[in-house]
Design a protein around this ligand. Structure first.
Ligand code: SF4
Ligand code: SF4
Length: 439
């Protein structure tokens, strides 16, 4: 694609990177067919190619985006299905992150929209505050039915639509803080084979504390020492996806500093991540700090060590398996399959654990969770969830597995089939407790 940036514009490293990305796009449109919003809406402006044109235009023009451009970029899930499909290697993730940052800096959203996005960006990285908000949300949840359910314009949600989606997303039961999520070291049960840091995350600690608990049991049982490093926490993706790049980088720096202390101290073989959305972001820390001479090297070192828990477990191999003869529909989260390209490892482990594993039809399409998307674009999110659930139910599985807590909560809200994190099933098959969803 031809571009028309001035030399002064290209002096900005973020613009230079976007120009490089844009020049790779050959307008072929292959990506449209696998884009969930294009599949739903059939509008070129809601396809990757359409969004690429919008972002190119606003960046080249060095101007505020129009309301229409913002609407179509906002509808993007950041599922990265387009990156898997693109034959030209267009790095859409970096481009849309730049586009969102530009929108955040140059476009004045209506006040309710700003308040909602500001609230989400403030709460999501702070587990303690997020937990209190969830507890208040449980009290207010019965009021959700009094709020408007959906917008006639898909993706044209108002503040009240979003408030309803936010209340509906509040879980009916909320576990207390897990002792696992405090900084500490969990020794390997046998002779130590690896020493890893477990990324504690943020929202998962509140909504699914059982995932870190199962991960610690699974890893230590396989002779891996696990450290929950003081100072590590939110990866920054929840604020990055609403265009707040500076806040995302501040969170990333905190993690990098914390893990580097550990790397330079007792050493780490890997940084284990069990929420694939966070994994995609941490693996990209090197690119995030590519233009920062002070942090670049450390960011690259951390990114190289970042691994999904399934990658580490496949290296080690499962031991002492008690086969569980259940049929598992494996939902590959977008961030797992498109973001990290971790595709076969979780399925291989589940098969090694004795499960019968089935792929979900239309598995490349997002389930509609996509972080804050579930709240900010409730109508599109619900349609994608319902489509995902119908595809899963067509398999008639005993249980659904996924490697991202957000997908798990979202899919669970639309089906009666039990759903668990992949590590919970692996933990159960190797001596841990039965996942709560199956009891
Ligand atoms: S990231 Fe997903 S929703 Fe966004 S343009 Fe690409 S395929 Fe479409
Ligand atoms: S598939 Fe790649 S090259 Fe083709 S239009 Fe989409 S982003 Fe551009």
């Amino acid at each position: 694609m031809q571009t028309n940036f001035t030399l002064a514009q290209l002096a900005d490293p973020e613009t230079a990177r976007s120009e490089h990305i844009l020049r790779k796009c050959v307008h072929c449109g292959f990506c449209t067919a696998t884009c969930p919003t294009f599949v739903l809406l059939g509008d070129e402006r809601d396809s990757p190619r359409g969004r690429i044109y919008f972002i190119k235009s606003m960046l080249e023009g060095d101007r505020a985006p129009t309301a229409s451009e913002v609407k179509h970029v906002d509808r993007c899930l950041s599922c990265l299905s387009c990156m898997t499909t693109c034959p030209s290697g267009v790095h859409y993730m970096h481009l849309v992150d730049h586009g969102r940052h530009h929108i955040e800096e140059r476009f004045k959203r209506p006040l309710p929209d700003r308040l909602m996005r500001g609230l989400l960006a403030w709460l999501m990285p702070r587990p303690a505050l997020f937990r209190w908000t969830m507890m208040l949300g449980r009290l207010a949840k019965p009021l959700a039915t009094m709020l408007p359910a959906g917008s006639a314009d898909p993706g044209g949600a108002t503040f009240l639509h979003r408030l309803r989606a936010m209340l509906e997303a509040v879980p009916d039961r909320l576990a207390g803080p897990s002792p696992v999520d405090r900084p500490q070291t969990f020794p390997a049960l046998g002779l130590r084979r690896k020493r890893v840091a477990l990324m504690p995350g943020c929202g998962q600690q509140v909504l699914a504390p059982e995932v870190n608990e199962a991960t610690v049991r699974l890893l230590t049982r396989h002779d891996i020492e696990v450290v929950n490093v003081a100072g590590s926490g939110c990866c920054g993706s929840s604020v990055l996806h609403v265009g707040r790049n500076d806040e995302a980088m501040a969170l990333a720096r905190r993690n990098i500093a914390a893990w580097m202390r550990e790397i330079d101290g007792a050493g780490l073989d890997a940084i284990v991540i069990n929420a694939s959305g966070c994994g995609t972001t941490v693996k990209d820390y090197g690119a995030m700090f590519a233009n920062d001479p002070e942090w670049r090297e450390r960011a690259e070192q951390v990114a190289r060590l970042a691994k999904d828990v399934s990658e580490v477990m496949l290296e080690i191999g499962l031991a002492n398996v008690t086969a569980r003869p259940l049929t598992v529909a494996y939902h590959s989260a977008c961030s797992m399959q498109h973001g990290q390209k971790v595709i076969e490892q979780p399925k291989k482990l589940l098969r090694d654990a004795g499960f019968v594993v089935k792929d979900v039809p239309e598995g490349h399409l997002c389930c509609g969770w996509a972080g804050t998307y579930q709240v900010l674009q409730p109508e599109l999110s619900r349609r994608l969830r319902d489509r995902k659930v119908a595809n899963i139910e067509s398999l008639g599985p005993d249980v659904i597995a996924a490697g991202n807590f957000g997908c798990i909560g979202n899919i669970a809200s639309g089906t009666g089939i039990p759903i668990a994190h992949t590590v919970e099933l692996l933990d159960w098959a190797t001596g841990g407790p039965k996942p709560a969803a199956l009891q």
